[in-house]
Design a protein around this ligand. Structure first.
Ligand SMILES: *Cc1c(COP(=O)(O)O)cnc(C)c1O
Length: 429
């Protein structure tokens, strides 16, 4: 590489020479937008153009970008303790965060296991459930999941996700999963029958509660999920509730779990965990799961860990983010976004180009009516992406489904601007 040349090139041009972006076909990739600064719900590019971050930067930002309270806590922490091995050692940020988090989760959640992203939190959850049975010499080795689910990009997480264009090159390497449909009042008796038929082999059931994010913001009811969970409990099928996306206020309550009566055995968190500022993953579990690993036999240990397990900076960021989440002001913001979304849905649901307009808490999704039906690879996706970016709004449609899930600090004016541009797009596309 010619280093002298670097001075004369823009950030974007330098990027294209050295970087391979995620989920991007680099042959005809759109030129990446170089962001130099972010504040609240805004992103600013190289030329000073401002974008409203309508998707919380891939579903992670909670309280707005570069929040001063989180920044101060992380800054103080890095000067005090940056990183330490987490096997045989511990530190205040990890313990404090575990205490805070467990205090907000369903009663049965007792222990916290740290990793560094959503996919690895899922890997650990699967290992906990699989080894739970292994440690007791009970041969239950199958996993159940919903069709179209998404649980991450590592191999275990990919295996339990729905088979799709994303997993196709690897399908031969993925372990077998028993898939069921999302529950409805009508199909529940049938789903229960399917589960009972193989429950003696089912180690666990993993699911995204209430909203299947990557599938296109598909939503289903808490009452139906509760009934499914009750059945799994009675059939001794362990439950992994993947709240990587739904956690920390997105559904209008702290967690999707707060909409449910039943309690899962294991839970996964990431994304909004640190307010979107740092990579961190958490897997929590019940006492019963934890106890199945306590043994004089070393082979019953959970052999899993990452170099950056429980990184103190990430733990402090998460702890600070939870402080902010619990503030009265934040809860009012969340309620306000829920009400605004509901009002907008009423306004556009009858529009001839709207196939479906749906909402779970702060998550709003609008499905465009297209000739070809719903697909992630719909051409409309690129048209809509460009349309909104030109208008100064970051949206990232899932095929013909656009969604708005803003940082909680977003103003009413900015929400109205986003809604207005959606209405504009509905007239054009
Ligand atoms: C994004 C996501 C994951 C994966 O998290 P990463 O941090 O991207 O690995 C897992 N589960 C759900 C429900 C997600 O939305």
């Amino acid at each position: 590489m010619n280093l002298i040349e670097e001075d004369t090139l823009s950030l974007t041009e330098r990027d294209l020479k050295v970087i391979w972006h995620p989920y991007t076909q680099m042959l005809n990739a759109i030129i990446p937008t170089a962001i130099v600064r972010a504040e609240g719900s805004y992103l600013f590019d190289e030329e000073g153009k401002c974008y409203i971050d309508a998707i919380s930067s891939w579903w992670v930002i909670l309280h707005g970008h570069s929040h001063p309270y989180i920044a101060d806590r992380v800054s103080a922490q890095i000067k005090k303790l940056d990183q330490v091995i987490f096997a045989g050692f511990t530190h205040e940020p990890a313990v404090e965060l575990a205490e805070k988090l467990l205090g907000l989760l369903p009663q049965n959640q007792e222990k916290v296991f740290y990793t560094d992203n959503g996919s690895t939190s899922v890997e650990v959850a699967l290992k906990m459930c699989m080894q739970y049975w292994h440690n007791q010499d009970k041969p239950k080795i199958k996993v159940m999941a919903f069709h179209n689910g998404y649980h991450g990009d590592t191999f275990g997480a990919m295996s339990v996700s729905g088979r799709s264009a994303w997993t196709a090159p690897f399908d031969a390497y993925l372990f077998e999963v028993f898939y069921i449909d999302l529950p409805t009042a009508e199909n529940l008796p049938e789903l229960k029958k399917q589960i009972s038929a193989i429950s003696d082999q089912l180690a666990c059931f993993i699911y995204e509660p209430l909203v299947q994010g990557s599938a296109g913001m598909l939503m289903y009811g808490a009452a139906e999920l509760d009934e499914l969970m009750r059945h799994c409990r009675s059939e001794k099928v362990l439950m992994i509730q993947d709240e990587v996306f739904t956690g920390f206020g997105r559904t209008g309550k702290h967690f999707a779990a707060n909409h449910l009566v039943e309690e899962p055995d294991v839970m996964c968190f990431s994304k909004g965990l640190t307010g979107g500022t740092m990579p961190l993953g958490v897997t929590t579990c019940s006492e019963e799961i934890y106890n199945a690993f306590l043994s004089k036999d070393k082979m019953k240990t959970l052999f899993h860990g990452h170099s950056f397990t429980a990184n103190p900076l990430a733990c402090v960021a998460a702890s600070a983010s939870i402080d902010l989440l619990l503030m009265e002001e934040t809860q009012q913001h969340i309620d306000r976004i829920c009400r605004k979304h509901a009002g907008f849905i009423q306004k556009i649901r009858k529009h001839m180009r709207v196939e479906s307009a749906r909402q779970t808490g702060t998550i709003l999704a609008i499905e465009w009516r297209t000739e070809t039906g719903t697909s992630y690879f719909d051409d409309l996706r690129n048209l809509l992406y460009d349309y909104f970016l030109n208008k100064g709004i970051l949206m990232r449609p899932l095929g013909n489904v656009i969604y708005v899930l803003p940082p909680y600090c977003i103003s009413d004016q900015d929400l109205d601007r986003i809604y207005g541009e959606i209405e504009g797009a509905l007239e054009i596309y």
